[in-house]
Design a protein around this ligand. Structure first.
Ligand SMILES: [Fe+2]
Length: 245
């Protein structure tokens, strides 16, 4: 019985359940700032598999000013990735959605319903790191009105959010939150670390993502997944990753 528990000072932390599914990564080669070629993609997939994931929903950037990706181009890349992964003996289930940047291109895609969603439900989106978009609430309403669930990527990384009340306000209008696992040990700096822990302590986290772009992310994930910091997340949050299987 006691082998299931690890002691940290005077707090006994239960071992967390397996995440099983990762829902945020950049593994389709050459189409964004993630894997540069298929060899790197396969190494990253193997790395995620070795961490215990059985399914990966990879999410290339769709951002007007930086990456000209479309639903069609992402799905084409997914087919190639799946074929090469199978040939390489990788047993992970591989699917794709997208990480949409909140720019002028997003609303038309929502209106046209030309979207790549996580499990046909969650629209993963991100914003500028430094400037609060004026249309943040509006886009959340539009996503909900279209019948989808808005899922804000790495809310802890936005420097324009400076207190937990702002997260509560976004949650109250229907936003869901996907926090990056690597934020918990300071990989993205002190602001992201502080707010990842705050989101955790307030029970505001819905999903945990790897946001894997390259090998360093996998190495850091391994460290965090074995830490007491990570185990503490499960004391306050119901993590929904396994529902995406
Ligand atoms: Fe990302």
């Amino acid at each position: 019985m006691f082998s299931f528990f690890k002691k940290k000072s005077n707090i006994i932390l239960p071992e967390p359940p397996d995440l099983v599914v990762d829902l945020h990564s950049h593994l389709i080669p050459g189409i964004d700032d993630g894997a540069k070629n298929i060899e790197e993609s396969l190494k990253l997939l193997s790395g995620l598999q070795s961490l215990g994931y059985t399914k990966v929903i990879t999410t290339p950037h769709i951002m007007i000013d930086a990456y000209g990706n479309t639903k069609k181009s992402v799905l084409k890349g997914l087919e190639t990735l799946k074929k090469r992964a199978e040939e390489a003996g990788i047993t992970l289930c591989i699917d794709a959605a997208s990480e949409y940047y909140l720019d002028e291109g997003l609303l038309p895609l929502i209106k046209k319903k030309e979207l790549l969603l996580i499990n046909n439900t969650y629209l993963l989106f991100e914003t500028s790191y430094n400037h609060r978009p004026q249309q943040l609430e509006e886009i959340i309403f539009e996503i909900l009105a279209s019948g989808y669930t808005p899922l804000l990527a790495h809310p802890e990384r936005y420097n324009y959010i400076k207190n937990v009340d702002e997260y509560h306000a976004l949650k109250e209008i229907g936003a869901h939150f996907q926090v990056n696992i690597n934020s918990f040990n300071g990989y993205y700096g002190s602001h992201a670390k502080e707010y990842a822990h705050a989101l955790s302590q307030h029970g505001l986290i819905d999903f945990l993502g790897s946001d894997t772009h390259h090998r360093k992310h996998i190495d850091n994930l391994k460290t965090v997944l074995q830490s007491d910091n990570y185990k503490e997340i499960y004391l306050h949050n119901t993590i929904k990753n396994p529902t995406l299987i």
